[in-house]
Design a protein around this ligand. Structure first.
Ligand SMILES: NC(=O)c1ccc[n+]([C@@H]2O[C@H](COP(=O)([O-])OP(=O)(O)OC[C@H]3O[C@@H](n4cnc5c(N)ncnc54)[C@H](OP(=O)(O)O)[C@@H]3O)[C@@H](O)[C@H]2O)c1
Length: 336
């Protein structure tokens, strides 16, 4: 491995719970793949809100994470070593995928079947911006929400990593998209991706009446990335038999919900999370990436939205930038 010895590699470690300053670049043991695992030489990874929560001690790594101290939920790189029994990948292949942790490192060991091959034409820095945002958005909107051609998708925080992915996916399946953001500038940028209607919520938040007006009766599917008081308002913004998928809780995990709206309009509300899923469902997520998304990146129909690229050792700065809420799309870290 270029720059990585058999014994040690560089990684960002959460030294203790705290601010961005607790992210320390350290030499740690280079992991060795066991049966059905591969080691990937990480070339780029991306930053997620969950990494910020893990850093402050509010979101511990699950038991199957490659590391409890090294954050990072998505990688792009090259297969560097194979464990026994791996037949689906070869050394040198360019791969990307969602991982359970440990991405902020020069190398990572993961189950081979949780990775997908990077489509031709996608560089590592762009590929690293894909897995978490696009798998989450496709799985939530299309697989769980059942978004279909001719329907309308409502996406909150439309300028986020997941939001910018959701807009493109909705367009790719033939749906219309309404998005919310707290600043007009992000709505403007999302229009380039295919956003049909952008709404800056009034304080409250209040947006349901405007969603119902521009959609002629409400959205069919909603991706709620914000949570808190957005959830009851999102239910009011849905059409008859609408489906809301709760993806994030940036505004909190509590709110007051009128069950009567759900009952009368025959709505559904479900939650989703990628990281806590068992291995067999993580393999399904990798298959979704390979079968449903990679071809659309190869054809140019989908494209990663990368706001900023920083070297791994500036991970703390990347965390600060994400926390500022100024980012649009993904923040990527290059490795080695
Ligand atoms: N369930 C899963 O498996 C899964 C997977 C990936 C991500 N997520 C979640 O999905 C959400 C989006 O993630 P991401 O990585 O795409 O986010 P991101 O790129 O960091 O963007 C987040 C954006 O949300 C907006 N925002 C932040 N706090 C807000 C609040 N209190 N009220 C309204 N808007 C707020 C900000 O934009 P503006 O205010 O400018 O609009 C901010 O830039 C997060 O909650 C994340 O944890 C869940």
């Amino acid at each position: 491995m270029g720059g990585v010895s058999r014994e040690t590699m560089k990684a960002i470690v959460i030294a203790r719970p705290g601010g961005p300053e607790v992210l320390e670049l350290r030499d740690v043991p280079t992991p060795t793949p066991a049966a059905r695992e591969v080691r990937v030489r990480v070339r780029a990874c991306a930053v997620n809100r969950a990494d910020l929560l893990q850093r402050i001690g509010a979101y511990p790594a699950p038991p199957d994470a490659p590391s409890a101290e090294i954050p990072g939920l998505e990688i792009a790189g090259e297969v560097d070593a194979l464990g026994p029994g791996v037949t689906e990948l070869e050394v040198g292949q360019a791969v990307y995928g969602v991982v359970s942790g440990g991405a902020y490192a020069e190398a990572i060991v993961v189950p081979a079947r949780t990775l997908a091959r990077i489509p031709a034409g996608l560089e590592f820095t762009n590929a690293a911006a894909v897995p978490e945002a696009f798998v989450t958005a496709y799985d939530a909107a299309v697989v769980q929400g059942g978004l279909a051609a001719g329907e309308t998708l409502l996406v909150h925080a439309v300028g986020s990593g997941v939001g910018t992915a959701a807009v493109q996916i909705a367009r790719a399946v033939g749906a219309r998209v309404v998005g919310t953001a707290r600043h007009e500038s992000k709505l403007e940028r999302a229009r380039v991706l295919g956003l049909d209607h952008g709404i800056v919520p009034e304080p409250g938040p209040s947006f349901a009446d405007r969603v119902r007006a521009v959609t002629g009766g409400g959205a069919d599917v909603a991706l709620d990335l914000v949570g808190g008081a957005y959830v009851p308002e999102t239910m009011l913004a849905l059409a008859e038999r609408g489906r809301a998928v709760l993806v994030g809780l940036m505004a909190g995990s509590r709110g007051e919900l009128d069950f009567g709206v759900i009952l009368r309009r025959r709505l559904s509300l479900r939650g989703t999370v990628l990281r806590a899923r068992p291995l067999e469902e993580k393999i399904l997520a990798a298959q979704l990436l390979a079968r449903n998304l990679s071809p659309l990146f190869a054809s140019g129909e989908l494209r990663p939205v990368v706001d900023r690229v920083l070297p791994l050792e500036r991970a703390g700065e990347a965390h600060e930038y994400l926390a500022s809420n100024d980012s649009y799309g993904k923040v990527v870290l290059t490795v080695g």
